[in-house]
Design a protein around this ligand. Structure first.
Ligand code: PLP
Length: 404
């Protein structure tokens, strides 16, 4: 009989959003006529930009012609045309990343989860809590020790390092999912310093960088000095350009990022990751990569920013409601997430049930993202405008009623 990887038994039985889906289904069965507004899962709702659709159609046509048909991509790391486009995009906000330091993937989730393959199991992993579940889950699956840096109300949900505690691998996410908080340049410089003092590597998730409007906030950790010696960055077109159903992202491992093996040799992490991907990943489809390339053209950037502006306006509507009701929150600017304190001291799941039962609005309980999420709640700005307005009208009535 095969032996199970029993680390899986240490995980929560279901992924957070499966538990939420179960609750919604039970509510639907009991209330078939309820008009449910979903502001839970962080999925986009606007269609792909026309310039991207055109590029993909053209690429599909090429696939149907002998002379331009493409099979496996040689390297599996992405076509040069896309790596050059991503490199140009990085340069546009002040990060000097060469095309060779970029690998194209099928979205940030895969690489965030798979990167653990290249690190030994005895590393100490530091995750800011609350966090996007993949960082913790993928490390627990391989039996690693995970420690936490608290993101909480006191520090504005921007955890900073404790120099008395050692970690080997650090996960940071900015703009943060779920809290919507962002790290400043100065805060990132401290994390880079901590990583250097601990010989640690930072895995930096910038999946929401396109939502940053404040020009003082870095769009990439590579906008901050010294990051190239300590950081790997993962980003994706999922939220930038509505690619959640298309699957395309990119990971940057700078040439300067090296670790020392036990025999004393200096090893390039980019080379090791390339080796891992070479064995386990065969690249992203050609039409999707052509679509991704179109995102980074002048017209592509214009079109995707129209969509982002739409979501940002939703975020403003949600934030304004929180301000009006004196509900404490973070996010809403530089982020599509609004992270608020549950009214009347309610717990996260208690508030989830109350919102669902009383106003048929679905959000995500903060407790699902870690212990510091208890008592907090996440709403997303990725919905339809009218439905967002309607949800906030219902929310206002609910909070006023609870405060009576
Ligand atoms: N990173 C963060 C912080 C996310 O919230 C998400 C998706 O919600 C991802 C990565 C993964 O995105 P994808 O795999 O679609 O690129």
């Amino acid at each position: 009989m095969p032996k199970l990887n029993e680390n899986f038994l240490k995980l929560e039985k279901n992924y957070l959003f499966i538990n939420i889906a179960k609750k919604i289904n039970a509510f639907k069965q009991a209330n078939p006529d309820a008009d449910i507004i979903r502001m839970g899962i962080g999925d986009v709702t606007l269609p792909i930009a026309p310039v991207v659709v055109d590029a993909m159609k053209k690429a599909c046509d090429e696939m149907g012609v002998k002379e331009t048909f493409k099979g496996y991509e040689d390297s599996g790391a992405g076509y040069d045309f896309l790596k050059n486009a991503v490199s140009g995009y990085y340069k546009s906000f002040g990060a000097d990343i060469s095309p060779d330091e970029i690998r194209i993937n099928d979205g940030a989730k895969s690489d965030c989860g798979n990167i653990v393959d290249i690190f030994g199991d005895d590393n100490i992993i530091l995750v800011t809590d609350p966090a996007y579940p993949v960082y913790v889950d993928s490390n627990l699956m391989s039996g690693r020790k995970v420690i936490y840096a608290d993101s909480n109300e006191e520090n504005g949900f921007s955890a900073m390092p404790d120099y008395n505690v050692h970690a080997d691998i650090i996960y940071l996410c900015s703009p943060n999912n779920p809290t919507g908080s962002v790290y400043t340049r100065e805060q990132l410089a401290i994390w880079i310093d901590y990583a250097k003092k601990n010989n640690a590597v930072i895995i930096y998730d910038s999946a929401y960088e396109a939502f940053i409007t404040d020009t003082n906030i870095p769009r990439s950790i590579f906008c901050v000095e010294g990051a190239k010696e300590v950081a790997i960055e993962m980003c994706s077109l999922s939220k930038t350009a509505g690619f959640t159903g298309m699957r395309c992202g990119y990971t940057v491992i700078p040439d300067a990022l090296k670790v020392t093996a036990t025999d004393g040799t200096e090893v390039s992490l980019s080379q090791i990751w390339g080796r891992r991907q070479g064995s386990k990943f065969n690249g992203v489809s050609y039409p999707v990569q052509r679509g991704a390339e179109a995102v980074f053209t002048e017209e592509g950037l214009k079109q995707i920013h129209e969509n982002i502006a739409y979501y940002q306006e939703n975020a403003r509507i949600i934030s304004d409601t929180m301000k009006k009701l004196n509900v404490k929150f973070t996010g809403g600017v530089n982020s599509p997430y609004i992270w608020f304190k549950c009214p009347c001291g309610m717990g996260s799941w208690e508030f989830f049930d109350t919102m669902l039962e009383k106003i048929a609005v679905v959000g995500t309980p903060g407790a699902g993202f870690g212990k510091n999420g208890e008592g907090w709640f996440r709403l997303t700005a990725f919905g339809d405008r009218q439905r967002t307005i309607e949800a906030m009208e219902r929310f206002e009535k609910l909070v006023n009623e609870l405060n009576k």
